[in-house]
Ligand binder design. Structure first.
Ligand SMILES: NC(=O)C1=CN([C@@H]2O[C@H](COP(=O)(O)OP(=O)(O)OC[C@H]3O[C@@H](n4cnc5c(N)ncnc54)[C@H](OP(=O)(O)O)[C@@H]3O)[C@@H](O)[C@H]2O)C=CC1
Ligand SMILES: N[C@@H](CC=O)C(=O)O
Length: 364
């Protein structure tokens, strides 16, 4: 029981049982799945612990002091939502007794820039967005300082491995006295899916469109293909491992040709075939050597690199299927044989479950 809840329980047992008030930002692939999971909890003990009091996307926002029905939110937002401002989040979470939480299911820089502010005001933040902890060191430090100032928690399980126990395992190893020696693996669900399906015959761009339709890519798939998404994830893991590096310390080899990188987002889809020939060439070389293409991030000796590698088929990092992330962690106790964590690393349902698991962990 948190100190605040214990204090409330002494004064008013009813107040101590008040449900947490939750603001959901983002109603896209992941946000919709959060709403579906919340709706499936309706009338259950889990559902009774949370009250969704605010929901917003980039166009509309909806507040309901006494709670919104998750199943009706998408419709209501479209028909009755008002233009939202991030400053409204604090106001709508005010009042009442329960803990206050923001769930960030956006890929928005503006929203990430608010994380530290909310945390310092006593609002917990649970996020799937990596722009909070995976960009500048200054922002990462500000988030940690804000948690200490506000007595709040930052739920980040969904930022790497879509909720797989990756960040948590690294933190637990360190809490148990281990030093982390190295981390290596596949950290992108969409790139895992692409290289598990690409056969060198059909156009790579077609597979990219399929991965986007399935909800595995970032809103702009160039964020995956350029290695930027993986850069953010390995930065988050490295910092959790005690290596406080800057984003630009990571050596990233992008798959995106310069001409494609420069296009406005609206023109990207038509230009995706620019990927086809270079990827066909990479595949042909790997195939001739009996190897598999994998997009790998490595933290070794304090240095971090990210890029496409051609690995023998029986290599420990070449395994897995679908969107599987597969990550090896070497530490004091796992010095010869690494701890290996594998499982789906992208997808709406696993990510939404990872977010809501963090919410429940914070509520204790
Ligand atoms: N997809 C996946 O498998 C995984 C995704 N993630 C992360 O989850 C996050 C969301 O991804 P995904 O759902 O796929 O992306 P989508 O593009 O499907 O959804 C993003 C949502 O954020 C909303 N949004 C943008 N800016 C704001 C804002 N200022 N205020 C409120 N809402 C805003 C968008 O609004 P609008 O609808 O108006 O455009 C949209 O609803 C990303 O950070 C991603 O990296 C993490 C793990 C796995
Ligand atoms: N676009 C990301 C989604 C999860 O973070 C990925 O492909 O892994």
């Amino acid at each position: 029981m948190s100190a605040v809840v214990a204090e409330l329980a002494a004064v008013s047992p009813q107040a101590a049982r008040a449900p947490a008030r939750v603001a959901l930002l983002g109603t896209g692939t992941v946000g919709r799945a959060v709403l579906e999971r919340l709706a499936s909890w309706s009338g259950t003990p889990l559902g009774a612990r949370l009250s969704l009091v605010y929901a917003a996307n980039s166009r509309h926002a909806l507040g309901g002091r006494f709670g919104l029905l998750p199943e009706g939110v998408a419709d209501l937002l479209q028909h009755e939502g008002q233009p939202g401002r991030l400053s409204a989040v604090e106001a709508v979470l005010q009042g009442g007794y329960g803990p206050r939480l923001v769930v960030d299911a956006t890929a928005s820089e503006d929203v990430a820039a608010h994380h530290a502010r909310w945390l310092s005001q006593g609002i917990h933040v649970v996020t799937a967005c990596k722009l909070g902890q995976g960009t500048s060191l200054a922002r990462w430090q500000a988030i940690r300082a804000a948690c200490a100032e506000g007595g709040t928690c930052y739920g980040d399980s969904a930022t790497v491995g879509a909720g797989l126990p990756l960040i948590r395992s690294i933190r637990e190893l360190r809490a148990g006295g281990d030093r982390i020696h190295a981390i290596a693996g596949v950290l992108s669900g969409s790139l895992a899916w692409l290289f598990n399906h690409y056969d060198g015959l059909r156009a790579f761009s077609g597979f990219v469109r399929e991965a986007r339709e399935a909800g595995y890519t970032e809103p702009d798939p160039r964020d995956d293909l350029s290695g930027e998404d993986v850069r953010r994830k390995i930065v988050i893991l490295a910092r959790a491992a005690g290596v406080e590096l800057e984003s630009h310390d990571v050596d990233v080899s992008s798959l995106v040709p310069a001409a494609l990188a420069q296009l406005p987002k609206a023109d990207v889809d038509a230009a995706l075939p620019q990927l086809d020939q270079p990827l066909r060439d990479h595949f042909a070389v790997a195939y001739r050597n009996g190897e598999k293409l994998r997009f790998i991030a490595r933290l070794e000796n304090g240095k971090v690199r990210v890029g496409l590698e051609s690995l023998p088929g029986d290599h420990p990092l070449a395994g897995g299927a679908g969107t599987d992330n597969r990550v090896a962690i070497w530490s004091d106790r796992y010095s010869r044989q690494p701890l290996v964590i594998q499982g789906p690393g992208a997808g709406a349902e696993v990510t939404a479950a990872g977010l809501l698991d963090d919410v429940l962990r914070i509520l204790g």
